[in-house]
Structure formats: structure tokens, C-alpha cells
Write a protein that binds this ligand. Structure first.
Ligand SMILES: [Zn+2]
Length: 257
């Protein structure tokens, strides 16, 4: 066989392999390769994929345990929430229940605008306050014009039923990986927020692979509520989807005063 024919044949074989359903399936599985326990759990994230290295090597990783006494009282700018209602679009992405948010909702803090992209939930809360984790947390993920991320964490304490959460849970799709927009239903994420917007802030990372750093965290001091039934309903999908607490490594945590 000439080199040319061999070359054509091998590229044909490569193309056929790329098109093979089994190969596409493997690629899809690789995207969901990590988990919260066992051999693909948090202790192993950094070694699972080349681009997950920061999970194991980073020094500004999230989540952290916030010690109220050690937080530095600071004249922090308020977070101005400019949230509006949006069509309800929910996806079970294999790691959490996530709501994709239509453009037009944003926060401004210290003159900096971050647009709300999506929010999702963890059980229990990933952030701890003085060593205590809450039943759940909502992470409101924002992006600025340069692609920098800011996450507002709303801790969810045991209490009243949360109407926003109730409408999201009712819309959880039966199939993973497929976003479902519920016809005629809008959601207003501003109703997830507590009345008091005082916050802790620090530099951190994504709490899921690839654990990218450069994420600004705003953890609201005041929790909102979630009912025991709502926690249990989420738990039927994700009994535990919180990354273990990460070393603070001398990071400054500031608190509004
Ligand atoms: Zn999160």
C-alpha cells in the first residue's frame, strides 16, 4: 500500500470513529465524568482531566468556611440588584438543578456590572459559616463584559416553603441534560433574596471542575428559607452535591459593616 493510500485510509478510519455513536457517547460521558463520591469524587477531580488540574493545585479554591470573627469589617459598596422576571428554563445537568436566566438581569457593585447568567443549588450549602453548613444554598452566577465571574451565594435555612424554589422543582425535567422552558411560566429570582443584602466577599473559584479561579464571591450574611419538603425533593435528585471545604490559605474575607 502506498503511503498516500494508507494516509487516506487512516483518515477515513479516524472520521468513521468520530462519527460512531459509541464514540460520541463516550465523549458525552466524559463531560459528566466527575462526581461527589468515590473514584471520580472531589479528591480526584484534579487528576481526572488535564483541564481540571486547578482543582488539585489551586490556592484560591472554593468553598471555604467563613469565620465571622476573622472577617475584616470593611466599607464595602452595596450590591444593587437589578433583577427582573424571566421565562422559567430548567435543566438537570447531571450535577445539579440549574435555571438558565434570560439576559437583562444584573448586579452593580462598586461601579462594576455583572450580568446574571444562571443559578443552581447545592445540598448541603457549600459555604460554611463558623463551621456550620446550611441545608442548601443557591449560587447566582454572573459574568461581566470581560468574562469575569461573580457568584452571589444565598444560604437557605430551614423554614418556610420558598415559592421560587417550589416553582423550579415543579419544572425539573424528567431527562438529564435537556433544558426545558415551561410555557407561560415566569420566575423572579429577586424573590430568592433575603431583605438584608449585607455580605461576605473573598476571592475564590468555581466549586466544580474545572475549578477555575478568578471568581469573586459574595455570600449574603442573611439566609433565605427552604422547607424540609423542598430540601427532600431536591435530595431525591441530588442527596449530596457539595464540594468539601477548601483551605483559606491566608485569603482575606471582608464583611460589610
Ligand atoms: Zn454552585
Amino acid at each position: 500500500m502506498s503511503n498516500r493510500v494508507a494516509g487516506v485510509l487512516s483518515s477515513l478510519v479516524a472520521t468513521l470513529l468520530l462519527l460512531a455513536p459509541a464514540s460520541r457517547l463516550a465523549a458525552a460521558e466524559a463531560a459528566h465524568h466527575w462526581s461527589y463520591a468515590g473514584e471520580t469524587g472531589p479528591d480526584h477531580w484534579g487528576a481526572l482531566e488535564g483541564e481540571y488540574g486547578t482543582c488539585g493545585l489551586g490556592h484560591l479554591q472554593s468553598p471555604i468556611d467563613i469565620h465571622a470573627d476573622a472577617a475584616k469589617p470593611s466599607a464595602l459598596p452595596p450590591i444593587d440588584f437589578h433583577y427582573q422576571a424571566a421565562p422559567l428554563s430548567v435543566i438537570d445537568n447531571g450535577h445539579t438543578i440549574q435555571v438558565s436566566y434570560a439576559p437583562g438581569s444584573y448586579i452593580v457593585t462598586g461601579g462594576h456590572r455583572y450580568d446574571l447568567v444562571q443559578f443552581h443549588f447545592h445540598k448541603p450549602s457549600e459555604e460554611a459559616l463558623d463551621g456550620k453548613r446550611f441545608p442548601m444554598v443557591a449560587h447566582l452566577v454572573h459574568k461581566d463584559g470581560d468574562g469575569k465571574l461573580a457568584v452571589v451565594a444565598v444560604l437557605l435555612a430551614d423554614g418556610h416553603e420558598n415559592p421560587v424554589i417550589d416553582s423550579i422543582w415543579k419544572a425539573i425535567p424528567s431527562v438529564q441534560g435537556k433544558a426545558v422552558t415551561v410555557a407561560g411560566v415566569e420566575i423572579d429570582v429577586s424573590k430568592l433574596l433575603p431583605a438584608n443584602h449585607a455580605y461576605y466577599t473573598f476571592a475564590g473559584s468555581l466549586t466544580t471542575p474545572p475549578c477555575s479561579e478568578g471568581v469573586t464571591w459574595f455570600v449574603l450574611q442573611t439566609p433565605s428559607t427552604v422547607s424540609a419538603d423542598e430540601v427532600a425533593a431536591f435530595g431525591a435528585h441530588y442527596p449530596m452535591n457539595a464540594r468539601p471545604l477548601q483551605p483559606v490559605n491566608g485569603r482575606e474575607v471582608r464583611v460589610s459593616h
